[in-house]
Write a protein that binds this ligand. Structure first.
Ligand SMILES: *Cc1c(COP(=O)(O)O)cnc(C)c1O
Length: 487
């Protein structure tokens, strides 16, 4: 017995290194805090994109201990300085968000206290905070109080949970699969296709709906397509609309699609991962009419509420449909279950999960909602400003966007237009002062802008315009030289 205790004490001395003393904590905190301050204070003066070669050997797990300051150096040189500066206002590609500081502090608190956010039993307070946030979202999107919801790691998992529920509600299984029909648009996010496969619905019939000139689903065509499928004896069961597509930011006619889906008893899912929170902008309320008709809705606070990556959300009206696949009890959970309460674990594939609600709850309480709404309004106006400046310097721009994603291209007869714009994109990435991404719209190569970082300001747009002017000169020179060579 003495021997056993002796051995435990010896190991305890070593394992105690995992619990730094207060002095050690102060010193570590200070180093991290200085790092964070310097990062934020110099962020906007640095390039937003850099494509260099990583020295992965620096990231190797070594046997010896290393100092925090050495590790922070490596973190800067191999992580922070490479790729897209996604925290920067100059991230105007893909779908940005930025990552507000107070959410990072909440993550720190959540990690230090390590509250368990899977079940009421473990932390009724943490679960109550998550439920409060979900209720807040239900209020915003006009969902009934008895809808269920979950805070997910992001939009993809939010969409996946919704799909699983739609499948179970409509019993899409066995021989039913091949004659069941899902209606989507060509502009749907690719995570929808993943969700269809992951949920075992790979063999359903997928109808890709025609879009209008603003890249929105043509609701009349939807009605016609459903009629045709019914006439063929098929089983239309689900329609998916976007409240802000990734490529062009288009909001589908939510109300019309909602009416059609009710009429035909379809599960109506809306993907609002990019655009959903623009409903908070007074100027956009009208566009979102009908969102409350959805059976399920995916939204992404790590986009539209500017949080650091790691927070999406799903709201679903039919609790029974959600519970079919997600609610489970096990012997070792017998102390923790209470039939009256809905646990996060009943609405998600996750059990033990990060207390991710705190990263939204704390900022909302600290700042109030006003700066979030102002920020969304600001992004909408900055998009208009950006588009105006683009036409000033000779670019062609896509149609007036619904939200804050738009696209442009340089029209030229001196070279193949797609090749020209692709080369221009290469120069933009080489420059990197502001990060933009590209896409194809009806086969045409275009450059996208997505204004959603809370750090994007007028100065950022001016910087982007400056960069574009320089890159345009380089692209023109490049094609002139090439023409001369081939002549
Ligand atoms: C970003 C996005 C997704 C995927 O969400 P993640 O948070 O990246 O998993 C889904 N749909 C749309 C419209 C998006 O913009």
């Amino acid at each position: 017995m003495e021997n056993l205790k002796e051995k435990i004490r010896e190991l305890g001395v070593i394992s105690n290194q995992l619990e730094p003393s207060k002095d050690e904590r102060d010193s570590l905190n200070k180093e991290i805090q200085d790092y964070a301050n310097n990062f934020i204070d110099t962020l906007e003066s640095k390039p937003s994109y850099y494509k260099g070669k990583l020295d992965e050997s620096k990231l190797a797990i070594k046997d010896q201990k290393q100092s925090l300051s050495d590790l922070l150096d490596v973190y800067t040189s191999e992580v922070v300085d490479h790729g897209i500066k996604t925290a920067s206002g100059g991230h105007i590609g893909y779908i940005p968000g930025g990552g507000i500081y107070t959410a990072a502090l909440a993550d720190f608190m959540a990690a230090v206290t390590n509250k368990y956010a899977g079940m009421h039993f473990g932390s009724p307070g943490a679960v109550a905070i998550e439920n409060e946030l979900l209720d807040w979202m239900k209020g915003i999107f006009g969902f009934p109080k008895n809808a269920v919801g979950n805070l997910t790691s992001g939009g993809s998992i939010a969409n996946l949970i919704a799909f699983t529920s739609a499948r179970d509600k409509h019993q899409i299984k066995n021989e039913n699969v091949v004659k069941s029909v899902v209606y989507i648009s060509s502009q749907i996010h690719h995570c929808i296709h993943k969700a269809i496969r992951i949920t075992g619905m790979e063999d359903v019939q997928i109808r890709i709906l025609e879009l209008d000139e603003l890249h929105r689903i043509n609701a009349q065509k939807l009605e016609q397509t459903i009629q045709d499928d019914l006439a063929k004896g098929l089983n239309p069961f689900m329609v998916i609309a976007s409240a802000g597509t990734t490529d062009t930011g288009a909001v589908d006619p939510l109300q019309k699609i909602g009416e059609i889906s009710k009429q035909h008893n379809l599960w109506y899912h809306i993907d609002g991962a990019y655009g959903g929170f623009f409903i908070l902008s007074e100027s956009k309320k009208e566009l979102f009419k009908g969102i409350e008709m959805a059976d399920s809705l995916a939204i992404d606070p790590h986009k539209g509420l500017f949080l650091p990556y790691g927070l999406g959300a799903v709201l679903i009206k039919d609790k029974k449909a959600v519970f079919h696949s997600h609610h489970y009890t096990a012997n070792y959970m017998q102390d923790a279950t209470d039939d009256m309460l809905i646990n996060p674990a009943d609405v998600s594939p996750e059990l033990t999960k990060h207390f991710r609600g705190l990263r939204l709850w704390l900022p909302l309480q600290l700042h109030g909602i006003e700066p979030f709404v102002a920020c969304l309004d600001e992004k909408l106006l900055l998009t208009t400003y950006f588009r105006n400046r683009l036409t000033d310097i000779g670019f062609d721009i896509g149609p007036e966007p619904d939200l804050s994603v738009s696209y442009f291209w340089y029209s030229t007869s001196d070279a193949d237009e797609n090749e020209f714009n692709q080369k221009l994109m290469e120069f933009i990435h080489q420059d990197g002062s502001v990060f933009l991404s590209s896409t194809k719209i009806n086969g045409k190569y275009v450059i996208r802008i997505a204004v959603l970082s809370f750090r994007t300001k007028i100065e950022t747009v001016d910087k982007a315009i400056n960069m574009l002017e320089n890159c345009l000169v380089k692209t023109k020179e490049y094609f002139k030289c090439n023409l001369e060579v081939s002549a």
